[in-house]
Ligand binder design. Structure first.
Ligand code: DOR
Ligand code: ZN
Length: 359
């Protein structure tokens, strides 16, 4: 058994090939939902992550300090008593967001960041931003106070192919945004393309990206393999293999610009398996297991801790976690479904075996 020592460099933590111990990771992008399912969803995240950036796309979205505080209280009430977990709240940006309210929330420690959803881009985003110019005053304030902007980077223009939405967002919106706000901290969330990898790599240090377990392990074929597979449908969509390979290289590179964000986003079977199914992959039941397997397959286990437990915290200016977690090379059977409040939820890669476990 290895003893975790927070002063040791990460590569020293890996000398037993059947087990690794790393500083406890954080999830820098998760959907915990609300109401009855919140209580069941939170433990999946809290069993592995010390902190999580909680997405605000509820219905109605979290747009004020009062809403964020109340939501945080509901999340805290759902944390199992034997686990320590800190939810970090975000503010959903709208065309009429108030910079003063947001700045106040940031200084009071209620908001850790703001989330930009282009209106209509994804689940519960209708009240999102219709024109980036509408939030320029808010962005200016955020830049001044050092508050991170988290971006769902997809255009929704009807003339753009759905598989190109992310790349076009970079060209039409993000390049100018970065130029206009050179010091704004930006996280391009759940990146799916080589274009995003290259953009982030070539930008200044205040631009970073999160990468999900699913975008590291599936390409767009997964959605159509032998028939339509709605449980692999998420936004941004998984892309071609060349993009998946670029994401794997970026995540395992050791670069401080890429960090863990699961984008775990549960929807019930009935809302996924429908003539107009919801976007979202519920990967919290197997998130760390999937990441560690990817790093092992890439021969880069020594870079896992940097990606999962260091880069994000440093970007957000938060202390590193002191506790550790152990990942052991023992098979985990991912459940075929999970029953929550009389509804079924299908986790990512349901029914499959993954050859790592979180101890
Ligand atoms: O697939 C997704 N699901 N992408 C998002 O951006 C939102 C999320 C959700 O909330 O369901
Ligand atoms: Zn998300």
């Amino acid at each position: 058994m290895q003893i975790f020592d927070s002063n040791r460099p990460p590569q020293d933590l890996i000398h037993d090939p059947r087990q690794i111990i790393i500083r406890q990771p954080d999830d820098w992008h998760v959907h915990l939902r609300d109401g009855a399912i919140l209580t069941s969803v939170v433990p999946f995240t809290a069993r592995q992550f010390a902190r999580a950036i909680v997405m605000p796309n509820l219905d109605p979205p979290i747009i004020s300090r009062t809403m964020a505080k109340a939501y945080r209280d509901r999340i805290v009430a759902a944390i199992p008593k034997d686990l320590e977990f800190t939810p970090l709240m975000t503010c959903f940006l709208t065309d009429v967001s108030d910079g003063e309210e947001i700045a106040q929330g940031f200084s009071e420690g209620i908001f850790a960041a703001c989330k930009l959803y282009p209106s209509g881009a994804t689940t519960n985003s209708n009240r999102g931003v219709t024109n980036i110019k509408n939030i320029y005053k808010v962005l200016d304030k955020m830049q001044t106070i050092g508050m991170p902007l988290l971006i769902h980077g997809e255009v929704v223009d009807k003339d753009v192919d759905v598989f190109d939405r992310e790349a076009v967002f970079i060209d039409r919106i993000l390049k100018k945004l970065v130029k206009d706000f050179p010091n704004l901290k930006i996280v391009l969330e759940h990146i799916t393309t080589i274009n995003s990898v290259e953009f982030v790599e070539s930008s200044s240090d205040n631009v970073a990206a999160t990468i999900t377990p699913h975008h590291l392990t599936i390409n767009r074929n997964a959605m159509f393999d032998g028939g339509i597979k709605p449980h692999y449908y998420c936004l941004p969509l998984a892309k071609r293999e060349v993009h998946r390979l670029a994401l794997r290289k970026a995540a395992t590179s050791g670069s401080h610009k890429f960090f863990l964000g699961t984008d775990s986003a549960p929807h019930s079977v009935s809302s996924k398996e429908s003539s107009c199914g919801c976007a979202g992959i519920f990967n919290a039941p197997c998130a760390m297991e999937t990441y560690v397997q990817v790093f092992e397959e890439e021969g880069r286990l020594e870079a896992l801790e940097t990606f999962s437990s260091i880069n994000g915290a440093k970007f957000y200016g938060l202390p590193l976690n002191i506790k550790s977690i152990t990942l052991r090379k023992i098979d985990t059977l991912i459940p075929g479904n999970i029953k929550i409040d009389n509804q079924y939820y299908i986790p990512f890669n349901a029914g499959e075996t993954i050859n790592w476990s979180v101890v």
